[in-house]
Design a protein around this ligand. Structure first.
Ligand SMILES: NC(=O)c1ccc[n+]([C@@H]2O[C@H](COP(=O)([O-])OP(=O)(O)OC[C@H]3O[C@@H](n4cnc5c(N)ncnc54)[C@H](O)[C@@H]3O)[C@@H](O)[C@H]2O)c1
Length: 320
């Protein structure tokens, strides 16, 4: 069986990826539990409590065929105030350490998380070859990954280093992210507690909400392909824009409730993303990717799998 090391493997996307692929691959989840939770992983998955910034911790995984690098400081607000230096160090150091470790250990590919945040308010649909200017530190770290991957791959072309600009990812296992979780999770937790979800502005802003199973699909297709991917970068999304108002409606429907949202003036005065949806023609063409989870289905599943006892007290008026 081929072996995949997943850094950030106990986190939201990492744990879903591990759980979905454990039958076909030997997946090893490494996480320092900064935000992750080992209980997100199915019991027969090997878990290493360790830091992706540390070669010695990566060594504990033994030789691997692939690395999926999802560890890092995973959202823009985490870089605020005291998180600034640590956020940069954690994200950049882990990426560089993982790349070098993977190459020295003969890995065939490193796949890593970039982000749709890079696009800011670019014209829609968001296409990989658009010019991007990161608008926050989080996006700067991901853009740095992309540049670093390109330079590293020029020197060591034997190992593909492939980036994925995830759109707005939702699904189960996001409780440990608390206030940093996706808006669907936060609204889901609010409505479960009969609390009004707080919407910035009129709720017509849109996101390309992408189920975590489809993110896992895109990653695994990149592992399976025989195509040489070099240091390419792909969007992963659905190609559809859904408004925040529609999300509240869909959640209410799934819960059988009618909780009215609370609209407030948008406190984010600069660079607030008004609309988002990806052009996914590149990943479709190169990797044969096709989004499979309809939003209504994904939301229904999320409501059904709700672990109410694990929800931290979140303030739904933050970080939209
Ligand atoms: N969730 C989204 O919508 C989204 C969108 C775009 C990009 N991304 C990126 O995808 C990746 C995974 O995101 P997520 O939503 O699962 O976030 P997450 O915070 O749940 O997962 C990241 C995991 O990495 C761990 N971690 C952080 N630093 C580490 C280190 N140095 N060593 C080992 N483990 C470490 C954390 O404990 C956490 O479990 C992140 O890089 C994030 O920036 C996520």
């Amino acid at each position: 069986m081929e072996r995949i090391l997943v850094t950030g493997g106990a986190g939201f996307i990492g744990s879903n990826f591990c759980n979905l692929n454990k039958e076909e691959y030997e997946v090893i989840a490494l996480d320092n539990l900064f935000l992750g939770d080992e209980r997100n992983l199915l019991p027969d998955i090997r878990f290493i409590k360790g830091d992706a910034c540390t070669k010695e911790d990566l060594d504990k995984a033994g030789p691997v065929d692939y690395v999926v690098h999802l560890a890092g400081t995973s959202s823009a607000p985490m870089f605020m105030d005291d998180g600034f230096v640590e956020g940069y160090v954690n994200s950049i150091q882990s990426f560089a350490t993982v790349l070098d470790w993977a190459r020295r250990n003969g890995a065939k590919k490193v796949l890593y998380a970039s982000t749709s945040s890079l696009y800011g308010n670019n014209p829609l649909p968001l296409v990989e070859d658009q010019q991007v200017t990161p608008i926050n530190h989080y996006a700067v770290t991901k853009r740095t990954y992309e540049y670093c991957a390109r330079c590293y791959n020029k020197v060591y072309p034997q190992m593909d280093i492939v980036g994925f600009r995830f759109m707005s990812v939702y699904g189960p296992n996001e409780e440990a992210k608390g206030i940093y979780a996706n808006l669907i999770s936060q609204f889901c937790w609010d409505i479960a507690r009969d609390k009004a979800p707080v919407i910035y502005g009129d709720g017509t802003q849109t996101r390309d909400f992408t189920n975590v199973r489809d993110v896992a699909q895109g990653l695994i297709l990149a592992i399976k392909t025989d195509k040489k991917l070099g240091a390419d970068v792909f969007n992963i999304g659905t190609g559809r824009a859904t408004s925040v108002n529609e999300i509240v409606d869909a959640l209410n429907k799934a819960f059988g409730k009618n909780i009215k949202p609370k609209h407030i003036e948008n406190p984010v005065k600069e660079d607030y993303v008004l609309g988002q949806y990806a052009d996914i023609s590149k990943i479709k063409e190169v990797l044969d990717y096709e989004p499979t989870v309809r939003l209504e289905t994904g939301i229904k599943e999320q409501v059904e799998s709700l672990k109410i006892e694990k929800i931290r007290e979140t303030s739904s008026d933050q970080y939209r």
